[in-house]
Design a protein around this ligand. Structure first.
Ligand code: MN
Ligand code: MN
Length: 464
């Protein structure tokens, strides 16, 4: 016999907010749906380490579901499914709904670039019979985390005739990997006393790539490296100038924990939001709304340039969609809504001092909505309205989405922004949404499968 609840307990149930944990849901079908969805995500993640790879992977998924390539100015049809491939580095997938486009577009936006080490324009040099590649880090990294781990090279070299040579070294069985070396503890007495930021400098992030000379001459090891690259890829040293080659953690993502409840991998930020956004679009075949999924580049370095969210292309595309159906683009944007999907800092008990737990993203407690991001007195955030947050609450509650709200750590502990403000600045109602991550921006980040799945459910509810 269950004990009867007291008046206080009943009143508490009615009045108190209680954060839901996905593990409270004791349902076999739910557990297996979470696991199955995570398998698809891991495949996406492993084949999308750079923004270019993520665009290629996403286009394959879109094409298999009947999406056709669209170029600005092309004719559009009601019910049509399209994607705009922006220079191979960012992607706009959209589906024209049956309702008038002036009702607005439902946009899910995430970014597909992740922190890494970009090669410099003149990267290759020899020092004491070792060959190295000089790097310039991309995005906010903690440099010491990138030393000694196996790194792979990914990217393209565009030859002077315009031909693209794709390079991936370090991912297949038998491939070599590269690394940045560190000091042995036996001789690190002085290094260990330095502040962490002084131990590895930007100019110290040099990738060790070889040690065997070719013949007997000056710079014989460097010569050998160029000989190997030339034989395999047909490139010379000058071709590095028109290349986008990046060093990033080698290998595949893995299940984490004895219970396999988490995923350990490179680039969750922000593929862990890009995948749910894209799959929600693909699964929303019956939605009457015009839907759009934006996968942006350059978020990690400020969203500037032709492939970043500050680019006017989003405006141009909405203008073209509107024009196709004789709609006023200003009205379309005014009535549009956007979930700006990016990861949040998962509460980490190992570093509890930087979090305010009541307003932190708790791992396994579902998708995180952030009314505002930014830093130091809500600086640099679009800060969604109470009305829009209430609207989102409502659709989540209706679809049983497990969700929570959070801001990024304690007030004045630091902070960060997302693409939300750039979209909101175009007069599109926007709020932040995403997955809690542990060790964010480290070579390997950690997420929970429950949160990934709930983020997908959130996008599906929004697109419905
Ligand atoms: Mn991000
Ligand atoms: Mn980031």
């Amino acid at each position: 016999m269950e004990k009867e609840k007291t008046t206080e307990e009943l009143l508490k149930e009615k009045l108190f907010y209680k954060k839901e944990n996905a593990f409270e849901k004791n349902d076999e079908a739910y557990r297996s749906a979470v696991k199955e969805y995570a398998e698809g995500y891991k495949k996406f993640l492993d084949s999308s380490k750079t923004e270019r790879e993520a665009v290629t992977t996403s286009i394959k998924m879109l094409a298999s579901r009947g999406y056709k390539e669209y170029k600005l100015g092309d004719k559009l049809e009601v019910g049509g499914k399209y994607y705009l491939n922006n220079r191979g580095k960012s992607l706009y997938a959209f589906k024209i709904g049956s309702e008038p486009v002036e009702e607005g577009i439902r946009i899910c936006a995430a970014h597909i670039d992740s922190p890494r080490l970009d090669l410099k324009q003149h990267p290759l040099y020899e020092n004491e019979s070792f060959a190295y590649l000089k790097t310039h880090y991309y995005g906010g990294i903690r440099k010491y985390q990138w030393a000694t781990i196996p790194l792979a090279l990914h990217g393209v070299v565009t030859l002077i005739n315009g031909e693209n040579v794709e390079i991936t070294i370090g991912e297949n069985e038998g491939d070599p990997v590269f690394c940045i070396t560190d000091l042995l503890p036996h001789l690190a007495r002085e290094q260990a006393s330095k502040p962490m930021s002084a131990v590895f400098t930007g100019e110290g992030m040099n990738l060790l790539i070889g040690s065997e000379p070719y013949g007997k001459c000056d710079e014989a090891v460097k010569l050998n490296m160029l000989k190997i690259l030339n034989e395999k890829y047909g490139i010379c040293e000058s071709d590095f100038v028109s290349a986008e080659l990046v060093a990033l953690p080698a290998g595949k993502s893995r299940d984490m924990g004895l219970d396999k409840s988490m995923i350990h991998g490179y680039g969750h930020d922000d593929k862990v939001c890009a995948y749910p956004a894209l799959t929600a679009l693909l699964e929303s075949e019956n939605s009457p709304h015009t839907l759009m999924c934006v996968l942006a580049d350059k978020e990690e370095i400020g969203s500037d340039g032709v492939s970043g969210m500050k680019c006017i292309l989003t405006l141009d595309l909405i203008y073209e969609i509107s024009k196709s159906f004789s709609a006023n683009a200003g009205v379309v944007r005014m009535n549009s809504m956007c979930l700006s999907a990016d990861v949040n800092a998962g509460y980490d008990p190992m570093f509890s001092e930087v979090y305010e737990k009541r307003n932190s993203a708790i791992v396994n407690c579902g998708v995180v909505m952030s009314k505002y991001t930014g830093s130091g007195g809500k600086s640099s955030t679009s800060d969604a309205s109470a009305e829009f947050v209430a609207y989102i609450r409502n659709i989540f509650e209706k679809d049983g989405v497990i969700w929570q709200t959070a801001e990024l750590g304690k007030v004045d502990a630091g902070g960060g922004g997302t693409v939300a403000k750039y979209i909101a600045n175009q007069n599109i109602t926007t709020v932040d949404l995403g997955v809690p991550v542990l060790s964010m921006h480290a070579p390997y980040e950690v997420i929970a499968k429950n949160d990934l799945y709930e983020t997908h459910k959130a996008f599906c509810a929004f697109c419905k």
